[in-house]
Design a protein around this ligand. Structure first.
Ligand code: ATP
Ligand code: MG
Length: 360
């Protein structure tokens, strides 16, 4: 039996994920999305997707790197505490329903709307993609709608930079349900699945820190921009990176000390009262002992990630790789059950059901 109405499910669903554009995850991922994933793992039926096809949008000439990054990121997931026994790990390239839904959804999104997507625009600018990016780059925004909707989730835990994508995804789901499932255009989003829409309209759940700044203090912390503290960085590297953060007023960026990344990191990783006291010190205009604050922050971040580093170290080497391959293989089987169910429902709604597909 299909479960179009999510209220009939034992647990509501989550879909979220990461792109393997780097060998591991950073503190921005942790406060933006991973913390929520960890917290909600029992309450929700979770699908965590590794967007390895989308990594080709910027790294097409480096397939070996994408493969290594895929393994690295799954190791980070395990090290952080995402649990493949409770949740499903989804390898995008092995879920054919996602590719099919991408094509179908591409008909429901105006081209100009994709090109105006602020997240894409920022990425083109900050990643220096200029005029050279492939057709597949803007296409990934449509693909992400399919990544999400293939699992018909209620919730998508993401950082603030992804909100425009989730909005687009909600638009696609609304339009699909209205066009192909007879859902009236006055029906509120949260009622769609109840009245026969194939897709529940998913909501973004932004993390404790919506956008963690990078070490440069200007861009968001990002795998691709060389401004990140990674969860596997050793203690010395973490401290060195923090020590390099500028805390002087900067005429080029117009940043004043109160806006610098260091202060945001204090908010994120020190006890609240201590972070407030440090902010007050900077606001007072007096000389502040940056060095002491940086040391305190380094210690707090290292204490947070030390258990993750230890678990990550245990996954080093071929045995760890083998464990990841096993986890991915199990995930592929589980994910395809859910995604194929969605595809069948969507194709039926669109009048595309003619006969069973047998290959081979
Ligand atoms: P890339 O530079 O390749 O785009 P990324 O660092 O932006 O990599 P993604 O894989 O694109 O990482 O994002 C994975 C998830 O982490 C998304 O939900 C995103 O919103 C969240 N995220 C990424 N960076 C941050 C950040 N600095 N602060 C908060 N959340 C973040
Ligand atoms: Mg990104």
């Amino acid at each position: 039996m299909t479960t179009a109405d999510p209220s009939l499910r034992a647990r509501p669903r989550i879909l979220t994920g990461d792109t393997p554009t780097h060998t591991g995850l950073h503190l921005g991922h942790y406060v933006g999305s991973l913390e929520n994933r960890l917290r909600l793992q029992d309450e929700y039926d979770c699908y965590f997707l590794i967007a390895n096809v989308h990594a080709f949008t910027t790294l097409a000439e480096k397939p070996a790197e994408i493969r290594a990054n895929t393994i690295g990121i799954v190791k980070d997931w395990l090290a952080v505490g995402l649990d493949p026994d409770r949740s499903t790990f989804v390898l995008q390239s092995e879920i054919p329903a996602i590719a099919e839904l991408t094509f179908l959804f591409a008909m429901l999104i105006p081209f100009n709307k994709v090109m105006r997507n602020p997240t894409l625009k920022t990425e083109i600018e900050t990643k220096g993609l200029g005029e050279t990016y492939p057709f597949g780059f803007p296409m990934y925004a449509v693909g992400q709608c399919a990544d999400i909707l293939a699992f018909r989730p209620e919730l998508v835990p993401v950082g603030e930079d992804q909100e425009a994508h989730i909005e687009m995804c909600r638009d696609v789901a609304l339009k699909f349900n209205q066009l192909y499932c007879g859902v009236g255009n006055r029906v509120p989003a949260e009622e769609h699945a109840k009245v026969g829409g194939v897709f529940p309209i998913p909501k973004a759940k932004v993390g404790r820190i919506a956008r963690l700044a990078g070490l440069d203090g200007v861009n968001k912390m990002s795998k691709s921009l060389g401004n990140a503290i990674f969860l596997y960085d050793d203690a010395k590297t973490v401290q060195k990176k923090i020590n390099k953060i500028t805390v002087l007023p900067d005429p080029a960026t117009k940043l004043v000390p109160q806006d610098h990344a260091l202060l945001q990191y204090c908010d994120a990783f020190l006890p609240r009262e201590r972070a407030e006291a440090i902010r007050a010190e900077y606001a007072s205009g007096k000389d502040v002992m940056h060095g002491h604050i940086k040391a305190e922050l380094g210690e707090a971040i290292n204490a947070l990630i030390e258990p993750m580093r230890q678990r990550r170290a245990k996954l080093d080497g071929p045995e760890g790789d083998q464990r990841v391959i096993e986890v991915i293989s199990t995930g592929i089987r589980k994910a395809n059950v859910a995604a194929e169910e969605t595809l069948a429902m969507a194709k039926r709604a669109m009048g595309l059901h003619f006969g069973e597909r047998r290959i081979g």
